[in-house]
Design a protein around this ligand. Structure first.
Ligand code: PLP
Length: 363
């Protein structure tokens, strides 16, 4: 058995013991009535935590990237236009999927480390007629929190659907699917939910479901086709679609139960408090945050690396000697930033203190 490490990178985060225990419960069949009750409980708690009444709300049996593909491959027919807002790695990934769908990609790019300006979206919407606009709420590669409400209004005035990547924001900062007019959203189990990786909560508005029903062509992916998989998650007569990852679903149910017990507002506040502690601690050690005030994520902190710090050596020492994982910079930010995650179970003063003490000793 490997020794428990403190996971302060971009995910996975550490899971609560109750979640680990749930995962080791005896297996049951994936169409056993008892398992169908587990699925119903997951669906109900996902609706509560996404703050939505959307009927089509469930967990895709695959990681966040599969949630991303589920949204895009179901909503786009070949030839459709899709406007993708890109301010880091995950907007790029969405753009790639759009092209693989045979749809016409239109991009709005913001510099890495900054949010997309709503005016950029407004300008783009004047020149095209996209079926959907997609944007990342919490860009894990840069630590930017993207405001969504103004963009949502513009998208709907243009008659398009809004697709949001909430892989990192879900259960860590405010996210209101219905109030913010989000038509399709996907997340991941391994970040602020603190469940094991490998499941992707998703939710679709009635408008989005209507678009899926009116598709001109078959969805290119059998596994992710909502018209097939939704019969497994809803309806009186559940039909076999795939063999669900039973143990991971037990864990997801327990992780959601913990969120509901804590309360969303308390959980968000706990993430912000941990972020503030980390920020002041790192600043007192001479480090600077990359993202400007007002657009910082609480659960993923991008820290600029001064020249005298040997990025790889310090991260290795943290992992080997202190059992603490932090994230390296991705893409344009490789070698330039650290990405310190304070997600779910780890958004606590004890985690921040442990990390600050270790960094002080090393550097
Ligand atoms: N979107 C964002 C914002 C992410 O941070 C990630 C993973 O880090 C993904 C999508 C992809 O999720 P996964 O790695 O679970 O496939």
């Amino acid at each position: 058995m490997n020794k428990a490490k403190l996971l302060l990178g971009p995910g996975p985060s550490n899971a609560n013991q109750r979640v680990l225990d749930a995962m080791s419960a005896p297996l049951i069949g994936h169409l056993d009535p008892e398992f169908l009750e587990v699925m119903a409980a997951i669906k109900e708690m996902l609706q509560r935590t996404f703050q939505t009444r959307n009927h089509l709300t469930f967990a895709v049996s695959a990681p966040g990237s599969a949630g991303m593909e589920t949204c895009l491959v179901n909503l786009l027919d070949p030839g459709d236009e899709a406007l993708i807002c890109v301010h880091g790695v995950f907007g790029n990934r969405m753009s790639d999927i759009v092209e693989r769908c045979g749809a016409k990609l239109i991009r709005v790019d913001a510099p890495w480390g900054e949010p997309v300006d709503p005016l950029q979206v407004k300008d783009a919407l004047e020149k095209c007629n996209p079926k959907l606009v997609a944007i990342v709420h919490a860009e894990t590669s840069t630590g930017v929190l993207q405001p969504l409400e103004e963009i949502s209004k513009m998208v709907h005035e243009a008659g398009s659907l809004l697709v949001v990547d909430a892989v990192t924001s879900f259960c860590g900062t405010t996210l209101k699917i219905d109030d913010w007019g989000i038509d399709a959203v996907y997340s991941g189990s391994q970040k602020c939910l603190s469940a094991p990786p490998g499941l992707s909560p998703v939710s679709f508005s009635e408008r989005a479901v209507e678009v899926v029903h009116n598709r001109k062509s078959k969805v290119q992916s059998w596994f992710l086709d909502l018209s097939l998989v939704s019969n497994y998650w809803q309806g009186a007569k559940r039909a076999y679609h795939h063999t669900a990852p039973v143990s991971s679903m037990f864990a997801l149910k327990e992780a959601l139960t913990l969120v509901v017990e804590e309360g969303l507002e308390n959980r968000y506040a706990r993430h912000w408090q941990a972020h503030e502690l980390l920020k002041s601690g790192m600043e007192s050690l001479g480090f600077e945050l990359l993202v400007k005030q007002g657009f910082r994520l609480p659960m993923l902190n991008a820290i600029k690396l001064p020249d005298h710090i040997d990025d790889a050596a310090v991260r290795k020492q943290l992992l080997d000697d202190y059992g603490i994982e932090i994230g390296a910079g991705l893409g344009d930010f490789a070698g330039k930033v650290w990405r310190i995650g304070l997600m779910g179970e780890n958004a606590r003063p004890e985690s921040v203190d442990r990390l600050l003490t270790a960094i002080k000793e090393i550097s």
